[in-house]
Write a protein that binds this ligand. Structure first.
Ligand code: TMP
Length: 213
């Protein structure tokens, strides 16, 4: 079993990488059953409702960092109990599109909710307690200059949320927050340069995952 989180700012190519990985997983790692999931919203329909509130409610863009923080943590705890922990206990690999690093990057750094740090550290303690013995989240971070990342966002299809529409300064703080997450919270988090081609980044992601299984 392994619990892996893929993180990165909006437009860094995370969704494309996860789709490729999912398509090729059976050939790459034939003996490892893997569940792909995401935050916020993974696990149960209740968790999905929390996602809708945090990202798509008409007032979500004006909400305080503390309110969004609470919703992200609520969705995470629901996700852990309803999907992640049972799957890990069955010996499966779980790969999540975003996890705790996103909260540091978006709510504490991007939204400048620094006052949330004690709650942030407490929620990490709770996660550690909930995960099966000896299990921790292994973090991969796709890193890309926000200018290039936001350019990609403009040409991508699909839903956007109020974070996608924020200023370049906000997205720079998110990137900085991910660096801070690695330097002050989780030194084992791995940065991957996401400026290469889709195939180059895919190869890097696969090589790191190989070492994590
Ligand atoms: P996505 O599913 O397209 O990646 O969108 C999820 C959005 O939610 C993204 O803009 C980042 C944001 N987010 C937070 O602000 N805090 C969090 O803790 C998580 C998991 C995501």
């Amino acid at each position: 079993m392994a619990f892996i989180a893929l993180e990165g700012g909006d437009g860094t190519g995370k969704t494309t990488q996860l789709r490729l990985l999912q398509e090729r997983w059976g050939d790459l790692f034939p003996n490892q059953e893997c569940i792909f999931t995401k935050e916020p919203g993974g696990g149960s329909s209740f968790s999905h409702k929390i996602r809708e509130l945090a990202l798509n409610d008409e007032h979500a863009g004006e909400a305080s960092p503390g309110a969004i923080f609470g919703l992200m943590v609520a969705s995470r705890l629901e996700h852990l109990d309803s999907l992640v922990v049972p799957a890990l206990n069955e010996g499966k690999v779980v790969i999540t599109d975003r996890f705790e690093a996103a909260t540091w990057a978006y709510q504490l750094s991007g939204q400048e909710g620094r006052y949330l740090a004690p709650l942030y550290h407490a929620h990490r303690e709770v996660i550690r307690e909930r995960l099966p013995e000896g299990q921790r989240v292994q973090v991969l971070i796709l890193d890309l200059d926000p200018e290039a990342a936001l350019g990609r966002l403009q040409i991508r299809d699909g839903e956007s949320n109020h974070f996608d529409l924020r200023t370049p300064e906000f997205h720079e703080r998110v990137r900085e927050g991910l660096r801070e997450y690695q330097s002050t919270i989780e030194p084992k988090a791995i940065f991957i340069d996401a400026s290469g081609s889709v195939e180059e980044v895919h190869q890097a992601v696969v090589e790191h995952i190989r070492t994590m299984l």
